[in-house]
Design a protein around this ligand. Structure first.
Ligand SMILES: [Fe+2]
Length: 342
């Protein structure tokens, strides 16, 4: 909606009115009153998309207010608020023309959802009532598209929540087994994301990078800890096991629908731009950009972190190391973006 929809809140308890006002003021043009007679005066002088009224008022019941409001302004949608939604009163309210009802206590998301639907219904009714748009499907189409957009937004928010929860759950699982690895994955994610912003990634690419960075080493959970934390150089067999970690990690990450690109980021994060990396020996731009970013962030964090089997080098030394290996181990463009941020 370009303009905020006008809604009228009616409740005899000022504290409840204030609480609802706080929940709604950012998204709606809210007028409120605790007096029944005030409702009808306001309805005569102004027009409201939605009226939200407490079922139990001192002078008139919410049902009586509902009936009079529907006579005065049939297009205004009425939502009844009740402390107890008895089947009988709810049915009565709906039969008398209430659009919906809310049972206390309600959450912010719930009241927003109900009011938004009521506003859409109001807009559609108004078009029909005025007649001027009744033969114009364009207006109806605009309103329906607006509703679809709102539903899509809700879905996207839900998806984002699910995604963040999934990432957190996996972190916790990894942390329960290997705390160092969890810290490393967190850091690599933190280092990688600003690079994506610097390189102008869109939202989808940023999410792919976030997942790849966050789980690039998840395949190491399959590697024996004696090999993983061995202080000295690995022998041939140990090295063969270690080289499998990107493949195993990509297989794990790739099982999640929508994380296929991220899985490639995991698979190729040990490749080098000169073609001497593993598992496939890809070179230059054959290596997905996500993987090239993870490689740099991964190396930087590994170099600057103290571990049981190694000491850390300074930030300056690590940056020098990245610069020295530009074009052999690391993608020069990524190193430049990384260094400019770090
Ligand atoms: Fe790593």
């Amino acid at each position: 909606m370009k303009n905020k929809a006008k809604i009228l809140l009616v409740d005899d308890e000022p504290e409840l009115l204030k609480a609802m006002h706080r929940m709604l003021k950012d998204d709606f043009d809210v007028v409120m009153t605790s007096q029944c007679h005030e409702v009808f005066r306001l309805m005569r002088t102004d027009s409201f998309a939605v009226l939200i009224v407490d079922l139990v008022m001192p002078d008139l019941s919410g049902l009586e207010i509902l009936q009079r409001v529907k006579q005065m302004s049939p297009a205004t949608e009425v939502i009844i608020v009740t402390g107890y939604a008895s089947v009988r009163t709810t049915k009565q309210a709906l039969r008398a023309g209430a659009y919906d009802y809310l049972e206390r206590p309600f959450a912010r998301a719930e009241i927003h959802h109900v009011i938004r639907n009521a506003v859409i219904h109001h807009e559609l009714n108004k078009s029909e009532e005025s007649g001027e748009d009744a033969t114009d499907p364009a207006q109806t189409m605009v309103l329906l598209l607006e509703r679809i957009r709102q539903l899509e937004d809700q879905l996207t928010q839900e998806e984002v929540r699910t995604f963040q929860n999934t990432v957190e759950l996996l972190y916790q699982l990894i942390g329960a087994r290997q705390h160092d690895m969890m810290m490393h994955l967190h850091s690599v994610e933190d280092y990688a994301l600003p690079v994506a912003r610097r390189l102008g990634f869109d939202e989808g690419e940023k999410t792919d990078l976030q997942v790849a960075a966050a789980f690039h080493d998840i395949g190491k959970l399959a590697v024996d800890e004696a090999v993983l934390y061995k202080p000295g150089p690995l022998n041939k067999e140990e090295w063969e096991v270690m080289r499998q970690h990107p493949v195993i990690g990509a297989r794990i990450v790739g099982t999640v629908k929508g994380w296929e690109n991220a899985a490639d980021g995991v698979l190729y994060h040990q490749e080098r731009v000169d073609g001497n990396g593993y598992p496939e020996g890809l070179s230059g731009k054959q290596i997905p950009i996500i993987a090239r970013i993870v490689t740099v962030a991964d190396a930087y964090d590994a170099m600057t972190s103290e571990r049981a089997y190694k000491t850390a080098i300074s930030r300056q030394e690590a940056i020098q190391e990245l610069e020295d290996n530009k074009g052999t181990q690391f993608d020069p463009e990524v190193v430049d973006a990384f260094v400019s941020i770090i």
